[in-house]
Design a protein around this ligand. Structure first.
Ligand code: TZP
Ligand code: MG
Length: 217
């Protein structure tokens, strides 16, 4: 597989709880708009579990595979392994990154971090990319920490964190370019895409902002 960094430009994160309509339609429209990687994050109140979760993941994965979009599973190594997904993403409170790395071999491993210390530890544990956030306040994560601002992206870059890094949390069309200019390789979004009236058009605009800002870097 090519460098993970190449896939991070527009990282769409979603689970059934985030969707106002069929998650398959949401994903299809986002794919048409140009997302570059997808994370299945089935979390929060009303989230599917067990076989229902598996069945949804299977369908979403199939869509991604058809369009060559890497499919990452949030915090569920067993699900990722049984689907033969492309990777796993874990947070600080989830299964330890080092253990996940041992279990998934050379699949993609993403780790959520909030500061320099966590970023250094995640990379030492074998993370392929970092998810930094929340950058701005978010309504999509119940236990979200305080927003760190785009300054934290710059701070990590100034402190030798050169690894692939995607920023997450409250990122919108209006702020996407600022996040990239601060040093992120991409933006990860839930609500900006899931709650858009016209998902494909919204996704296209987000992608354009990211690519334009990258060319300025
Ligand atoms: N991790 C940090 S913020 C966040 C996650 C999963 C939620 C991002 O959702 P939104 O709607 O793009 O703010
Ligand atoms: Mg978590």
């Amino acid at each position: 597989m090519s460098d993970v960094r190449d896939f991070l430009s527009l990282y769409f994160v979603m689970g059934s709880v985030d969707c106002k309509k069929d998650p398959l339609d949401v994903l299809d429209e986002a794919i048409q708009g140009g997302i570059t990687i997808f994370q299945f994050r089935e979390k929060g109140k009303g989230a599917l579990t067990g076989l229902e979760k598996y069945r949804l993941a299977e369908k979403l994965f199939e869509r991604c595979r058809l369009h060559h979009i890497p499919f990452i599973v949030n915090d569920d190594v067993d699900l990722a392994l049984s689907l033969e997904a492309d990777g796993v993403h874990v947070g600080q409170e989830d299964e330890a990154a080092k253990r996940v790395r041992d279990k998934i071999g050379n699949k993609i491993l993403g780790v959520s971090v909030h500061n320099l210390k966590e970023a250094q530890a995640a990379l030492a544990d074998g993370a392929d990319y970092l998810g930094l956030g929340p950058i701005f306040p978010t309504k999509s994560k119940e236990d979200a920490k305080a927003a760190c601002g785009i300054e934290m992206i710059q701070y990590l870059r100034e402190n030798k964190i050169d690894a692939p890094l995607v920023a997450i949390g409250g990122i919108t069309e209006q702020t996407a370019a600022d996040v990239i200019r601060a040093g992120a390789d991409g933006i990860a979004v839930i609500s900006e895409i899931c709650h858009a009236d016209h998902i494909t058009e919204k996704t296209k605009r987000l992608y354009a902002h990211v690519i334009h800002a990258k060319h300025q870097n």
